[in-house]
Design a protein around this ligand. Structure first.
Ligand SMILES: [Zn+2]
Length: 270
């Protein structure tokens, strides 16, 4: 039942894309392997349309990450290594989507497409909210305590610019999904856009809620900065709050799960 010729063709296509991403320094070497695995499941399980959606998300992510990178670096909020994604990062953002693609292969229909779009919209929305939120002129406020201002880049911090970014990124995914007919050729544009906006924005909100509550917090023993990273300046950070294993990638994974659930919920209602 597996088509070998098609499988090989897809494999080479995905490998070529991942290789280009390494050359462009947008993923690191081990990220390459994770990308090939995730990419192959998505293109083989969901089809070329699903793969294009993921490629759009990836390009969008690279774009917003590198946008005003120098300024973000200056305020200490820039992604490390020039924004190159590593393997835990790729699995956190695309792992669930690849599981939905594998399910779609065995049970074709639109339910898994809705889940897939919800998870990818969340990943896109969260990335855009994080990166554009860093550029906010007004200080972000803690989502659980809006009266409290936090420094840009703090998990759980939200800003109007971040919300706008989350919304727009979801609409980009929704627009592409409509053009490609991911949710079926007859799904109307407003429905596809709403599904992605609801999935993406609510997923990003869940990301912020987890970030503000149970996400692991710590400080670096080298530079003494507060950080959510498990490692900083090459050393393991000292935990000061939150739950030990709930680091950024775990938060992202849970958020994509929530976004997928909201999208499916919306899909079931319309
Ligand atoms: Zn440090």
């Amino acid at each position: 039942m597996l088509d070998l010729t098609l499988g090989l063709l897809y494999f080479f296509l995905v490998t070529a894309f991942a290789f280009a991403a390494v050359i462009l320094r947008t993923i690191d070497a081990r990220g390459f392997l994770a990308s090939v695995a995730v990419g192959f499941l998505i293109i083989y399980g969901g089809g070329v349309q699903w793969f294009i959606i993921v490629a759009v998300f990836f390009a969008l992510g690279v774009g917003v990450t590198l946008y005003k990178y120098g300024y973000k670096k200056k305020i200490g909020g820039a992604q490390e290594k020039g924004g190159a994604r590593n393997w835990p990062n790729i699995l956190a953002n695309g792992g669930l989507a690849s599981v939905f693609a594998a399910c779609e292969y065995f049970h074709p229909g639109t339910a898994f497409a809705a889940l897939f779009l919800g998870s990818i919209s969340t990943a896109a929305a969260d990335t855009a909210a994080t990166e554009l939120g860093l550029l906010s002129r007004s200080k972000p406020r803690l989502i659980t305590r809006p009266g409290r201002e936090v420094t840009p880049g703090t998990s759980g911090g939200v800003s109007p610019l971040g919300f706008a970014g989350a919304f727009l990124a979801s609409l980009v995914i929704g627009g592409m999904a409509f053009v490609l007919g991911v949710l079926g050729q007859t799904a109307p544009l407003p429905e596809v856009l709403s599904l992605c906006a609801i999935g993406g924005v609510s997923g990003a909100v869940v990301d912020s809620l987890i970030g503000a509550t149970v996400q692991r917090r710590g400080h670096c023993r080298v530079c003494l900065k507060q950080t959510e990273s498990v490692r900083h300046c090459g050393e393991k950070t000292i935990m000061t709050g939150g739950v030990p294993f709930v680091e950024n990638n775990v938060v992202n994974l849970l958020a994509t799960l929530a976004g997928a659930g909201f999208a499916l919920g919306f899909f079931a209602l319309v």
